[in-house]
Design a protein around this ligand. Structure first.
Ligand code: NAD
Length: 357
């Protein structure tokens, strides 16, 4: 959209934000702090949320009608931070009105809906991006670098714990809410998609939506990933263990500093022909631990800046519609596995993996 006469001189984009409950205000703040964008309109069904936003974005027009925001000529791009079940319809309307769109995770409730948005954005030459926030963190960037430069060796496993008390979402279960983060991180770190996914869970709130869940992903070469998701935990934990054949690391996202620690630990397995094989088939390697420097930016600031770059300079979104769709496809497979009592679902056929044998 470079040289687009719709974009005001100086390249300042008009941004509209639909949905200002818990997450939306963070986008308002980060776009508001950008020199290349202004928040020109905010929509929320709840007038009290609009009143709360007036102090934070005094220049923005506020409305309870998303249509009014989408049709506003001062709005070049729309960020959608409403409940998941509303994402598709709002994003579709915004794209049809010729607006670039950034949608909160997960992109849509079904992968078919994601496909429709991808096609619509391509047809109209508009940017469709999904807010996979963690992909833009300094921690994930560092972990990706350590994987790509071989520091960790061959990736063996990823083990993630993402638990806290609430915030209960009313239209999706804890997997669609929290594992959306893990799936986007895993897709960013690992070049290949998983082969199968299995999920078990339970619902204790009376809603029928799982609030405690365990998800296992299997990849080629015995790489395994596990995600523990829980809205009923007494403590908040955001911890990921990543095991490589050379080194291992612990990422504690709640740590103020030193979020990532790399351990020079591992095992050496003896060769069967080795005379010492039976005495010491496995020996342990215990070396130093170190704390890499992470880029210290707010993930959403980088993400907002990238979205603006995609619109003004034609950059390709790091987390575009396809990345959003892939996460939704995985989430759909977890729902299929839950329905099948935890049977692994083959991600190519979308059927229980055992049925292939
Ligand atoms: N990236 C992250 O770390 C992160 C964190 C939290 C939430 N989220 C995502 O953000 C989205 C919103 O979650 P939340 O926790 O802020 O929910 P929320 O319920 O706190 O807020 C949603 C808001 O949207 C408004 N809304 C709903 N339909 C609307 C419509 N048609 N027009 C205008 N306003 C409408 C509601 O009135 C509400 O104020 C979800 O997709 C969630 O997954 C992302």
């Amino acid at each position: 959209v470079h040289n687009d006469p719709e974009v005001p001189e100086g390249g300042t984009l008009g941004l509209g934000v639909i949905g200002c409950g818990y997450w939306g205000p963070n986008l308002v703040r980060n776009f508001g702090e950008s020199r290349r964008a202004r928040v020109t309109a905010i929509a929320d069904l709840r007038p009290e949320r609009l009143a709360a936003m007036r102090g934070r974005a005094p220049e923005a027009r506020t409305t309870t009608s998303h249509r009014e925001l989408i049709e506003d000529p001062a709005v070049d791009a729309v960020a959608i931070t409403t409940p998941v079940s509303t994402h598709f319809d709002l994003a579709r309307q915004a794209l049809e009105a010729g607006k670039h769109v950034l949608v909160a995770k997960p992109l849509t409730s079904t992968s078919a809906e994601s496909e429709q948005l991808i096609a619509l954005a391509a047809e109209r030459n508009l940017v469709l991006m999904v807010d996979h926030t963690f992909v833009y963190t300094g921690a994930v960037a560092k972990i990706k670098q350590l994987l790509d430069d071989g520091s960790l060796g061959e990736l063996l496993y990823v083990d993630s714990v993402r638990v806290n008390l609430g915030l209960f979402q009313h239209d999706v279960n804890v997997i669609w809410d929290l594992a959306a983060h893990d799936f986007s991180i895993l897709a960013h770190l690992i070049d290949q998609p998983p082969l199968t996914v299995s999920a078990t869970g339970a619902s204790h709130s009376g809603s029928g939506l799982e609030d405690v869940a365990y998800v296992t992903l299997r990849y080629p070469n015995d790489l395994i990933a596990h995600c523990h998701l829980n809205w009923l935990s007494p403590v908040k934990i955001r911890q990921t263990l990543i095991g490589g054949s050379e080194r291992m690391l612990v990422w504690n996202d709640l740590a103020a500093d030193e979020k990532v620690k790399v351990y020079d630990k591992g095992i050496t397995v003896g060769e069967p022909g080795d005379p010492d094989y039976y005495a010491a088939a496995v020996s342990y390697r215990i070396g130093d631990a170190w704390i890499p420097q992470l880029a210290r930016h707010e993930a959403l600031a980088l993400e907002a800046d990238h979205f603006i770059d995609c619109i003004l300079n034609g950059a390709r979104p790091i987390t575009g519609g396809e990345a959003g769709r892939d996460v939704v496809r995985l989430l759909e497979a977890t729902s299929a596995s839950l329905r099948e009592g935890g049977r692994p679902i083959d991600l190519e056929t979308r059927r229980p993996a055992e049925a292939m044998r």
